[in-house]
Design a protein around this ligand. Structure first.
Ligand SMILES: Nc1ncnc2c1ncn2[C@@H]1O[C@H](COP(=O)(O)OP(=O)(O)O)[C@@H](O)[C@H]1O
Ligand SMILES: O=C(CO)[C@H](O)[C@H](O)COP(=O)(O)O
Length: 512
């Protein structure tokens, strides 16, 4: 965060709500992380492909982690707060109380998560309209976006949810509302998940054509009719009530939010890499692809002019870096797929026992086990006759086909730890090949990508990083600060405070 004229000793708090946990960090004016805390969050899967969370649970987790990271510091030094979160749909009634998004009527579960695929029929009908807004989501709307989920609620929970609803928020916007009482939405969420255009606003004809004309009738008050760029200071800042919950001073600046992948992208893509001897030094920022790898992977590439990439979301104007167009490729399950493959294997209990005995994570153990069994060949060759197709939850990009399923070929009768390690390797390789397909699609449409900037939980796995470098043939740059998504969130708070005019960041890097 260069160029600020703020006093030394100013701090910013970033809060990152991922799929599996909430994290907070205290960050100083150089972008250095001084304190970190995390807290797991609940998920419910009441039926196959229905994934739900609770906005109350998530707020409580935000409060726990924020209170922890500011312990022991002078609260007067905290100047700003920024949130990022997954793009899940939060439903509240007209008095801002949670409404159920399920047939059981459990209003605690008031979030349809981003990876929920209940609205298959609805998204199919939306895509059949071939409406022009679909050009800006790669030509095909994803079931993971908000319009199909809203239509599902209208068609399936009319009385218990739809008719009572007063506010539909993207999760990042719910958090900024909860902190400030301001219902303005971030340009990032509305552009990327709700079909809003930064240049033209809402398109009434789309909502009318898909059967959601009621949202137009009340001038979009339920889904947002005040839209602000990420990093804009909201209202009068942190309310006294939210300040008490979070353990922060009332009135500090709170920023309009970002979706989590976009915060990660912001945390790494504009980095000043001078002096580290990196191959990308001197190359334009548009040659960088930020990949944010957690439960899912998101591939964020920016351009000066709009680029239409079939099967890749966008182009979205100013949704991540102001003044640039964004294309967002993605794989719906990556970390979740690796966990699924490893935890479902017959040798998983043995793996857990052996990793625990060595005080290692299961992934560190598996990586060293692969090194043991690879003999003289490079580790990647262990999978010459075992292959995984990774679309266990459909394909987000570039095929944009939610009906696709996963596949494993080359299985044998044995199920020992060697087999588990090799299956894990094949899964990681399949995910990296998916990234390569996304890059190829982006390049055929006009992007020119030469370096990958990787962050998120999977960035902590050296095998995952190395396979991405080997399979794409591109250098992978990692931030020395592994929690880049949190740095992105804190940058928002720093901008909202007025201490910084831009969202650029200085970090240290190493190259794979
Ligand atoms: N140290 C690590 N080594 C290997 N994998 C890791 C490590 N830490 C996290 N992961 C993997 O990263 C994924 C979660 O990443 P994270 O960014 O925390 O997700 P989310 O933001 O979706 O909650 C999980 O699949 C987990 O197994
Ligand atoms: O759609 C997305 C971003 O546009 C993400 O996939 C979604 O927000 C989940 O993120 P994560 O895998 O980090 O939990």
């Amino acid at each position: 965060m260069p160029g600020g004229d703020q006093e030394l000793g100013s701090y910013y708090v970033g809060v990152d709500v991922g799929t599996g946990s909430v994290r907070a960090a205290l960050v100083d004016q150089r972008g250095i992380l001084l304190a970190f805390a995390d807290q797991p969050i609940n998920q419910w899967e009441p039926q196959f492909n229905h994934h739900e969370q609770s906005s109350e649970d998530i707020w409580v987790a935000c409060c726990i982690v924020t209170n922890k990271v500011v312990q022991g510091i002078d609260l007067n030094q905290i100047r700003g707060l920024g949130f990022d979160a997954t793009c899940s749909l939060v439903v509240l009634d007209k008095q801002f109380h949670p409404l159920p998004v399920n047939h059981e009527g459990d209003s605690h579960r008031n979030i349809i998560m981003w990876l929920d695929h209940r609205a298959v029929n609805q998204v199919h009908r939306i895509n059949e309209t071939k409406h022009s807004v679909l050009q800006y989501v790669g030509g095909v709307m994803s079931v993971e976006m908000q319009a199909p989920k809203l239509l599902w609620l209208k068609e399936n929970l009319r009385e218990t949810c739809w008719d009572k609803a007063g506010h539909f928020f993207d999760l990042p916007d719910f958090l900024s509302w909860k902190a400030t009482g301001v219902t303005a939405r971030s340009l990032c969420s509305l552009v990327c998940k709700w079909t809003y255009s930064a240049e033209k606003g809402w398109d009434d004809s789309f909502w009318k054509m898909v059967g959601l004309e009621d949202l137009v009738a009340d001038n979009y008050s339920k889904i947002g009719n005040q839209v602000l760029p990420p990093g804009t200071c909201l209202g009068n800042g942190l309310t006294p009530e939210a300040a008490k919950d979070l353990g922060l001073p009332a009135g500090i600046a709170v920023a309009a939010s970002l979706i989590d992948a976009h915060a990660g992208g912001l945390g790494v893509i504009g980095a000043d890499v001078r002096g580290h001897g990196l191959a990308c030094e001197g190359q334009p920022v548009t040659s960088r692809l930020a990949i944010i790898c957690g439960t899912s992977s998101c591939h964020m590439g920016i351009s000066k002019n709009p680029i239409f990439v079939p099967g890749v979301w966008g182009p979205y104007f100013s949704a991540m870096v102001p003044g640039f167009w964004l294309n967002e490729g993605g794989q719906s399950v990556t970390g979740k797929l690796i966990d699924h493959m490893v935890q479902g294997h017959a040798a998983f209990p043995e793996l857990q026992a052996k990793a625990t005995a060595r005080c290692q994570s299961i992934y560190a153990y598996l990586n060293s086990h692969l090194d043991l069994i690879k003999k003289t060949q490079p580790v990647g060759f262990l999978t010459v006759d075992l292959h995984v197709w990774p679309d266990f939850h459909g394909n987000r990009s570039p095929l944009a086909d939610l009906t696709l399923k996963g596949m494993v070929t080359g299985l044998k009768l044995s199920q020992d730890l060697d087999d588990l390690a090799i299956l894990y390797l094949a899964t990681v390789q399949a995910i990296a090949f998916g990234t390569r397909l996304i890059i190829e699609a982006m390049e055929s449409a006009g992007h020119s990508i030469s370096t990958l900037f990787l962050c998120g939980g999977l960035g902590k796995n050296p095998l995952f990083v190395q396979m991405h470098a080997d399979i794409t043939g591109m250098p992978v740059v990692l931030s020395q600060e592994v929690e880049s998504v949190l740095v992105g969130a804190a940058i928002l708070g720093a901008c909202a405070s007025g201490d910084f005019a831009s969202v650029q960041v200085h970090l240290c890097f190493c190259e794979v």
